[in-house]
Design a protein around this ligand. Sequence first.
Ligand code: MN
Length: 492
Amino acid sequence: MTFKFDELLVQIKRYNSQADLDLIRKAYQFAGKVHAGQKRLSGEDYINHSLAVAQYLVDWKLDSSSIAAGLLHDSVEDTGTSLEKLEKEFGKAIADLVDGVTKIGEIKLRESKTEEFVENLRKMIIVMAKDLRVVLIKLADRYHNLQTLYVLPKEKQIRIAQETIEIYAPLAERLGIGEMKGRLEDLAFPYLYPEEYQWLKKYSTSCYKQTNRHLEEVKKKLHKELAAEGIRAEIQARAKHLYSLYKKLLRPEIDKDITKIYDLVALRIIVETIEQCYVALGIVHRLYKPVPAKGISDFIAQPKPNGYRSIHTTVFTPNGKITEIQIRTHKMHEEAENGIAAHWYFTQQKQKGAKDSQVEAGFFAPAEKMNWVKELVKWQNEITDSKEFINSLKFDALKHRIFVFSPKGDVFDLPVDSTPIDFAYAVHTNLGDLCMGAKADGKMAPLDYKLKSGQVIEIMTAKGKKRPSRDWLNFVVTHTAKKEIEKHLRKE
Ligand code: MN
């Protein structure tokens, strides 16, 4: 796919009347000059890659500096342009962004030995925490690279695909960019599990078609009933991303039976206000009975840790079909699709003098949503270089949350005073139920041990044991752990 600079400018003007178009134009010309004559392995002109990255940043409605840095992101690594030169031409902020993207690119997680892996991951978090726009540029870069991954040698394909699934996709999720997470995973999926991918693609296509036909009816009905209550809603049918479908199929309770997956295609009702979300929920339940075992999740009253908000309900639609319905406002929708990027956009809007009434109507991201990011940035500012960080492991600077790592290097963000049990339940309910011992940084730790940021936590399980202990309730701090333990106790 080729991208056109003029079209990019048109789109930028549409969402940001204050954009520094001269800066963006200058960056484009500069990138054109330094990449002149360079081709990507795919045969396309190099500048098309720079434009692609800029395009994704524009899709996220990012600021002028990010877009300029996106256009320039490979100029240091691939053309030998010096950072000094970039700084002279474009200022320190943009040079820093490009430097951050280059640095992340140099950290090859998959080529590192196990013991270096977590360290490298930490390094990566630091670079990104300096300025989160670096992450967004890197994600855009990775997204475009994956689209032309087929040109690379097989080993590289696998390394990049693996790194994408293990690092970049969770990162996108962590930043609340759920849509990008799904796209990255789906692009990496066929390289990692070619057979499973082919099987699932064939297997799911007919199911998708059938479900979609069924949902057309439901959509019509909902539109009508919502309109009767004076609610103008947008209703979308959204197919589950293939890789996330694959992971769900592997769960023991699903056992590769696609008919047990109720959100294969989910319906999304998008309305104007939070009040309308609840009215819409009432209408949905009047028309279609909720499925008792599935229940309703109100992520508006209780947002997910990454800030995700929506109401989810699973209902019986005609012919006994079970369907998941998600209800949210346009603002929540934008946030769910674009995550932290949406936060930037809304902050920009606010600076331009948005009305207070809009703020109160939930038009802006709640402050606490971005807390962990802010803490990370704040703490990062207190540490002058990454060497010092690795020596001191100053993760403690995070006041209310801790970050711990699984042995594979997955990052878990937990409240302060979390214990191995909280960690186990955060990883998986099953792991919590089976937990009987834990190691923190390789050393045995009691189950009520208070985890510290930066530790690698390993959970030991007992085969067949599936009973949490009542004592655990005395020390666990997360909602999930409490809920799961209580659920078991009630059963007994
Ligand atoms: Mn690149």
